[in-house]
Design a protein around this ligand. Structure first.
Ligand SMILES: [Zn+2]
Length: 143
């Protein structure tokens, strides 16, 4: 019984709750724009008005910016790295395990092997109030 409960917990999914962030007065468009790669930023600077639509940034980050080798580095704050992992996948909800694997992979590639206990990651995700990282509730899963 205890094992089953534990399993359910490990399957909890997270995503960036952009609607909530916008409702709380954060500009997701600006937050995303600052995670674009150098060459994208150069192009963005030439635009007369900034792109406020976070969907546009999300798409380009997935296609372009997240492919850059310095998109996620091991010396970034952990939650910044997690935020970028979500953006790279178009903000698809991910389980704790997936996020953990993705982080470990990125860190290995960047040459800084790190060890992070999954419970610590969970605690940090649950405490986040800066990036909008939220647990997906059961009703959100169905919609
Ligand atoms: Zn780019």
């Amino acid at each position: 019984m205890v094992d089953a409960a534990k399993e359910v917990k490990a399957e909890a999914s997270y995503f960036i709750d952009m609607n909530r962030m916008e409702a709380e007065g954060h500009s997701m468009g600006a937050m995303l724009a600052s995670r674009r790669c150098k060459s994208c930023k150069k192009i963005l600077l030439q635009n007369a008005s900034p792109i406020a639509d976070s969907k546009v940034h999300l798409k380009r980050i997935a296609e372009c910016c997240s492919q850059e080798s310095d998109y996620i580095s091991a010396n970034m704050p952990l939650l910044e790295a997690v935020f970028r992992i979500f953006l790279a996948s178009g903000n698809r909800p991910m389980s704790l395990k997936e996020i953990h694997n993705s982080l470990s992979e990125r860190w290995t590639v960047s040459g800084f092997p790190k060890y992070l206990p999954i419970v610590m990651l969970e605690r940090m995700l649950d405490r986040d109030d800066f990036y909008g990282i939220s647990r997906l509730s059961d009703d959100q899963k169905e919609s």
